[in-house]
Design a protein around this ligand. Sequence first.
Ligand code: PGA
Length: 260
Amino acid sequence: MTKTYRLPLVGTSWKMNKTTSEALAYLERLQQRLKGQSAVSVFILPAFTALTEARGFLRSSKSNIMLGSQNAHWDDAGAFTGEVSVPMLKEIGCRFVEINHQERRHWFGETDETANWKIRAALRHGLSPIICLGEEKREGWPEVESFLRNQLARLLQDVDEEEAAGVILAYEPRWAIGAAEAAPPSHVELVHTMLRQLLTEKYNASVAKAIPILYGGSVNLQNTAELIALTEVDGLFVGRAALDADGFAQLVEIAGETYK
Ligand code: PGA
């Protein structure tokens, strides 16, 4: 898959926030603020309901901001009431699909297995899965390492080298999501370095090296510079701090200035 973005990659999922009119007002403001910036690739994952109009706005304003969804079903079509498939998302201009966020696991019973099916569905149709992964609780290093090793293996099961070029990882430890503080930078660096190593064991070096590894979990204006400067951190995945367009624009600017 040819990559349509450069690093760093900084994005947000709005989770279950923003009606379509709110989404459009936000995008208008963000586009105004980010016009002309090209240092950072920016993506937004709105609710399904806002995707089509968001796409229309971004296209008509010739924006570089990219769109994706927060979930998708693993089948292309069928009797799955309430679900949305990857071909439906592709047709309306999504390039990314977020998969395996902790909230989906916690509230909607998502598992490594169903996440793997969704990841493969996204890749089959040429969309990039933003694959969230991370330990559930704060533990010592051997536990964290073995948890992530197993989780990554299950999530990427049967994803071949060619498909892997489309993958994006987002390290999001559950204990740092919606928390008072992000994971400590030393921990983030250790985990990202380990994830890169695991990718290198599975795929050839150039494919493994090109898979972006984002950090997510309580990213904010105060910690953006420190987090984006860490080794093997290729971008940030932002929740609360990106719900306001001006705040997110500022965060993107900081990321662009600091990333090397
Ligand atoms: P937060 O959310 O930035 O509000 O902690 C992050 C996430 O859930 O990805």
